[in-house]
Design a protein around this ligand. Sequence first.
Ligand code: COA
Length: 260
Amino acid sequence: MPYSTIRFAAADHVATVTLDRPDVHNAMNNMMREELLDVFMRLSKDDDVRVILVTGAGERAFSAGADIREFVEPSVPTSFRESRKRIDFRQVMDRCPQPIIAAIRGYAFGGGLELALACDMRVASDDAQLGLTEINLAIIPGGGGTQRLPRLVGRGKALEMILTGARISAAEALRIGLVERVVPAADLAASAATLARTIAEKAPIALRYAKEAVVGGLALPLADGLRLEGDLSTLLRTTEDRMEGARAFLEKRKPSWSGR
Ligand code: COA
């Protein structure tokens, strides 16, 4: 499907999804939601893609959140199929086997921050501002923000952000564990790409199982999470790449992964 609100590119096992409405700070309209659903459904089935990067076009915003124009003039794209209406693209992201990295430049508000929260890791530029600002519009976060934010930063900090609608700086976001790295704005793209490439160079099945163990385990009681980890570790002992990893170490060479 040709996209009109996002851009998609893939190289060296890294796929990049760019929110592409820079004139409105990459605000998220219904078309963008549908296109994000489509791209993440495709990516989750693409074995060649090992890491996904999500970013915003331009220098000013990752995304300023839901398109507020659609609050007063709702527009439902004609191709928005009945069967897909109830699927939130962020739930598809949760089920993506590949790690997803958000590269956040400038504003990440409301649904924009909720998209970043649905990613597995967040790298922010030092000029980023982040907030779940919905309360200022008499609404609450509806894209998972009330659930994913407290799981990252704890109940008190999440409620403080959600109830005040405040914007916080990248430095504060780093301090409270909302982002993993903060880099100078000019280095953001390169820094996020380096992180993506570093991960993409690891053995493909181990990467997927590592994400499954962490993300799947977080939804389970500890004993069940440990069992999940045990099952996945045992399965990994049967891979060709495990032998290749050990041989490459002993032969002092770079491993060459087969993905089997
Ligand atoms: N929905 C629709 N349009 C938006 C938007 C949004 N969430 N955020 C910004 N825009 C539009 C503006 O209306 C403006 O359009 P115009 O050029 O036709 O007037 C354009 O993007 C540029 O925004 P502007 O407000 O002029 O830029 P700024 O740098 O002064 O401020 C923000 C940027 C992000 C602080 C400000 O736009 C803002 O507060 N946006 C709303 C954020 C929000 O509440 N998001 C949560 C929604 S639930």
